[in-house]
Design a protein around this ligand. Structure first.
Ligand code: C2E
Ligand code: CA
Ligand code: CA
Ligand code: CA
Length: 278
């Protein structure tokens, strides 16, 4: 028995070491990815339903890995957070988004672009200043940049979020509360958060159109947003039934595969030009 126990113990340790080694490799690879310029932004439209007119975009990071191809953020954001690289990643994203916006501004096709800010970066004292500095350096108007903060990140330290988001808004940058409904917001803090949009999490949108509990939740979220003066964006809209429900419930803005998947900048530029009839 004792022998088996020891063996089990040894295996446990071995597994743990392997997990740590894998994570280290991912972290190292990610560090190299910055240097080798392997990260890129894709853009997904946020549209007005039902016609699908593009109102703004969300920038979503991708890693073009030399062997593994296009790696989605779900596979490296956690490693970046754990390895202390998320600040650098979010900064790279802001920089890339501002550079792209400056280009689109010059071409007369710029629409606001929202970037995701991680919970870790929300604790960075210099966040608002860093955002403002990037905007000024690229000559981009504050109204063209937006930030998305998840509800759970915003509620980690609500007092602080009020201050940080206020400073971001003072740069002219709009704020979205992302993945709403999955965190535990106190309505009194939500009321004080200087935000502009509330994004209904995809998990609730997925259940729309079939008459289930998600429909009541989504109606409640839309009502709360309305009373707080926040504009609602539904994420992950894929079907006509979901669109119909949302419109009837009073939500006009959506993001999802029904209107467009995230695409590289060049492809988004074509869509923006087509929308302008240029
Ligand atoms: P998110 O902020 O909730 O982004 C929306 C995700 O939903 C994106 O996944 C998008 O591709 C996906 N999506 C959009 N429409 C649909 C739809 O109709 N159906 C389905 N099934 N999915 C849809 P993606 O690009 O894989 O990003 C995953 C998450 O990674 C993001 O979730 C965000 O939390 C994080 N992330 C992405 N880019 C960044 C970044 O630059 N910085 C940070 N900190 N996090 C990022
Ligand atoms: Ca987001
Ligand atoms: Ca989201
Ligand atoms: Ca989400």
């Amino acid at each position: 028995r004792a022998k088996r126990g020891r063996l089990g113990h040894a295996f446990y340790h071995q597994g743990e070491e392997e997990a740590v080694a894998r994570r280290l490799t991912l972290e190292e690879a990610l560090r190299r990815a910055f240097a080798a310029d392997e990260l890129e932004l894709h853009y997904q439209p946020r549209v007005e339903m039902p016609a699908g007119r593009i109102r703004s975009l969300e920038a979503l990071v991708r890693w073009r890995h030399p062997e593994r191809g296009l790696v989605p953020p779900g596979e490296f954001i956690t490693a970046a957070e754990e390895g202390g690289l998320i600040g650098e990643l979010d900064r790279w994203v802001r920089e890339a988004a501002c550079r792209q916006l400056a280009r689109w501004q010059g071409e007369g096709i710029a629409v606001p672009v929202a970037v995701n800010v991680s919970a870790v970066e929300l604790r960075n004292e210099g966040l608002a200043e860093s955002i403002g500095e990037a905007l000024r350096r690229h000559g981009v108007a504050g109204r063209l940049l937006e930030v998305e903060i998840t509800e759970s990140a915003a509620m980690e330290d609500p007092e602080r979020s009020v201050t940080v988001l206020g400073a971001i808004k003072a740069e002219g940058v709009a704020v979205s509360i992302d993945d709403f409904g999955t965190g535990y917001s106190s309505l009194s803090y939500l009321k004080r958060l200087p935000a502009d949009h509330l994004k209904i999490d995809r998990s609730f949108v997925a259940g729309l159109g079939g008459g289930g509990a998600d429909e009541d939740i989504v109606r409640a979220i839309i009502a709360v947003a309305g009373s707080l003066g926040l504009e609602v964006i539904a994420e992950g809209v894929e079907t006509e039934a979901q669109e119909r429900f949302l419109l009837e419930a009073g939500c006009r803005l959506a993001q999802g595969y029904r209107y467009g998947r995230p695409v590289p900048a060049a492809e988004m530029a074509r869509l923006l030009r087509a929308a302008r009839g240029a």
